[in-house]
Design a protein around this ligand. Sequence first.
Ligand SMILES: C[S@@+](CC[C@H](N)C(=O)[O-])C[C@H]1O[C@@H](n2cnc3c(N)ncnc32)[C@H](O)[C@@H]1O
Length: 300
Amino acid sequence: MEWVHKSVLVNEVIDFIDLKSGGVYADMTFGEGGHTEALLKGGAGCVWGSDRDLSAIEQYRKEGTYRQDPRLKLIQCRFTDFKAQAASTQFDGILLDLGVSTRQLTAPPRGFTFQTAGPLDMRMDQSEGPTLKEWLEAVSEEAIADALYWNADLKNSRSLARKIKKAAQEGKLETTQDLATLLGPRTGKAHPATVPFMALRMAINQELEQIQTALPQLLTLLKPHGRLVVITFHSTEDRLVKRMMKTWAGLCICRELVCLCSKTAHVKILTKKPVEPSTEELSHNPRSRSAKLRCIEKLA
Ligand SMILES: C[S@@+](CC[C@H](N)C(=O)[O-])C[C@H]1O[C@@H](n2cnc3c(N)ncnc32)[C@H](O)[C@@H]1O
C-alpha cells in the first residue's frame, strides 16, 4: 500500500504564522510541499521551500502543483545552512515541520522503515554522512547507547546498544528487517523496534543538533513581529524547542533555588500550551497524533 503524505495542522500553521498577502515566508521542511502550497494558496508573496533531501526538491520540480509559480524558490539545504542562503532576506514567518516525510518513511531503499526490507541507510540527505550500517560498524557501543538514550529517552539503551553493536560486528545487520528482528519480536501494539529506529534516525541526521544550532540563527532572519512556527513529533524534540522558546521569551528554565536565567525577552510565546491536531484531523490522518505546534513572535 502506498502512503500519501498528509501535511499536519495546516490551518493552524496558516493562522499562527499570521499569513499576510504578499508576505515572505520560509518553509524549511519542504518535504512534499503541503505547507508551502497552503502558504502560496493563501496569498504569500514569496515562499522559500528548503529541504536537505534533494530528492524531495527534485520531485516537486518535476510534478509539483506550484512548480512554475514565480513566488516559489526551492533550495536544497540543511537548517544550519539556511541563513547563509537567505543572506539579507528577512521573513514574515518561518516554518519547521520536523521529522521525516511519508515518502522518506515508506520508501524501502531509504532505509527508514522496517515494514519491508531495505538497506540500513536512514540519511535524509543521501549525499552526506555515514549510512546507519556504516555508523553502527564505526562507533562504540557507548555511542549507540547515548543515541538511544538522548534521542528517545530509552531506559534500556545500554542493553539494546550491546545487542546492536555485537550484531553489527558479526556482520549480521544488512537490512532494516535484520535490525527489527534483532529488536523484536512484536508482543504489544507497537513493534519494539519503533522507538530505537527513531532514535537511530535522529542520530544519523543529527536532528537535535540541527535544531539547537539553527533556531537561534532563524530568529535573526525574522522581521520584527515575524513568527516562527515549529511542529514536533516526540518529547525530546518538543522539550528542546520549548526550552529554547522559553529562554528567548525571558522565562526561567532552570530549577535552581537562585535563578540564573537571563530574563531578557526577544520574543513572545503565542502558544502557552502546544497546539495539537483536532479530533477531525486525527480521524483522517492518524499519523498526526503526536504532532505539537509551538509558535513565537519576534518582538519589535
Ligand atoms: C515532516 S516532513 C515535512 C513535510 C512537509 N511539511 C509537507 O507538508 O509535505 C520533514 C522534512 O524536513 C526535512 N528535514 C528534516 N530535518 C532537516 C534539516 N535539519 N534540514 C533540512 N531539512 C530537514 C526532511 O528531509 C523532510 O523532508
